[in-house]
Design a protein around this ligand. Structure first.
Ligand code: PMP
Length: 334
């Protein structure tokens, strides 16, 4: 192993290990679908707290500090399907903040346990309530922010540091790691920070890069509207909403695809088994989105094309949910 691979010798804290994630070629799984294009996955579970949301948590907290809005000892509050919460809890513990995370009912137990391990307070709100309900995790976070002195709601849904993390971070890494040869990027859409920021960042370098947004059936983020059926519950975490977050530019993706729980979980299981990629359900959705996209746009399925999939988090977030012995046999999951 060379020193350039190792990078710096000593890190000041684990928060130094956010970003600069690996870009890794997928082999057997794309081949089994007859995919000829070069498929690469940006493995965001290599971030310090285990997901792509580490990037935005670090930026949102550091910007709020620079703006004089927060100081150590204050309470950071966030509404999160889990990963942003875990990331903020990590930064909070390193920098000396209190931390309260409101998570929706479907958030996996594994994510909740990690939040506890990091010393955060967790408020689990009921599953299946609409976002505008006073009981939704977003509205509970807002209420806590009003009630608790010296607290600050980071609000990933409207905070422009969310998109900046990807415009100036993730997209530049993809450009560098592909040596400017990236043709397509496919990413799951939750707040939309990833897809909006990557589209903005990459299109500065190459206006022809094609961006694909992945939205689960049951969510209403995809465009055109006709792609969306009615709002309904689904099990994949971190992607899709029943409202359009402020940071999402729905015109950022050149095309949207809709994915199912079944396609997402099955792809994630195959990625583990056939590629050794320990990714979560939304990464499975990105792979399922790739298969759909290439069916619709076969001109991108050629050896000279490079397609990057953003794999937002890791399998260990979901061991009891859809992986491992229990998960494999779970009867309520496809
Ligand atoms: N996948 C997972 C597992 C996530 O936690 C998130 C963040 N909500 C996403 C994908 C989507 O990222 P973004 O919020 O940037 O759209």
């Amino acid at each position: 192993m060379t020193s350039s691979y190792l990078g710096q010798l000593l890190s000041e804290s684990v928060a130094d290990h956010i970003g600069a994630t690996p870009l890794v070629r997928l082999n057997r799984l794309p081949a089994s679908y007859g995919i000829k294009a070069k498929i690469c996955a940006k493995l965001e579970y290599f971030n310090a707290a285990g997901s792509i949301k580490d990037r935005i948590a670090k930026r949102m907290v550091e910007q709020a500090e620079r703006d004089g809005l927060i100081k150590p000892g204050d309470t950071l509050i966030e509404a999160s399907s889990g990963n942003t919460g875990i990331a903020i809890a990590l930064i909070a513990t390193i920098k000396g903040y209190e931390c309260i995370i409101t998570v929706p009912g479907k958030t996996s137990l594994e994510k909740e346990q990690v939040l506890h391990a990091l010393g955060a307070k967790v408020v689990r709100t009921p599953a299946g309530v609409p976002s505008e309900s006073p009981d939704s995790n977003i509205n509970v976070a807002k209420r806590l922010n009003e009630e608790i002195p010296n607290s600050w709601f980071l609000n990933q849904y409207d905070n422009e540091e969310n998109t900046h993390a990807h415009e100036y971070g993730t997209s530049e890494e993809i450009w560098y790691q592909t040596q400017g040869k990236v043709d397509v990027v496919i990413a799951g859409v939750g707040t939309g920070g990833t897809v909006t920021g990557i589209a903005r960042g990459l299109k500065k370098n190459d206006r022809d890069v094609f961006i694909v947004g992945v939205d689960p059936v049951g969510s209403i983020l995809a465009q055109p509207e006709a792609l969306n059926s009615k709002i309904s519950e689904y099990k994949v975490e971190g992607i899709g909403y029943d409202f359009v977050p402020g940071v999402l530019d729905q015109s950022a993706p050149d095309i949207w695809v809709k994915t199912t729980d079944e396609g997402s979980f099955q792809s994630a299981r195959r990625l583990a088994r056939e590629e050794g990629i320990l990714c979560g359900g939304s990464s499975g959705a990105a792979f399922a989105g790739l298969v759909q996209f290439l069916e619709q746009h076969p001109k991108f399925n050629s050896e000279d094309k490079t397609i990057v999939l953003v794999f937002a988090d890791g399998l260990r977030n979901y061991l009891a949910k859809f992986a491992g012995n229990k998960g494999w046999n779970a009867t309520d999951l496809p």
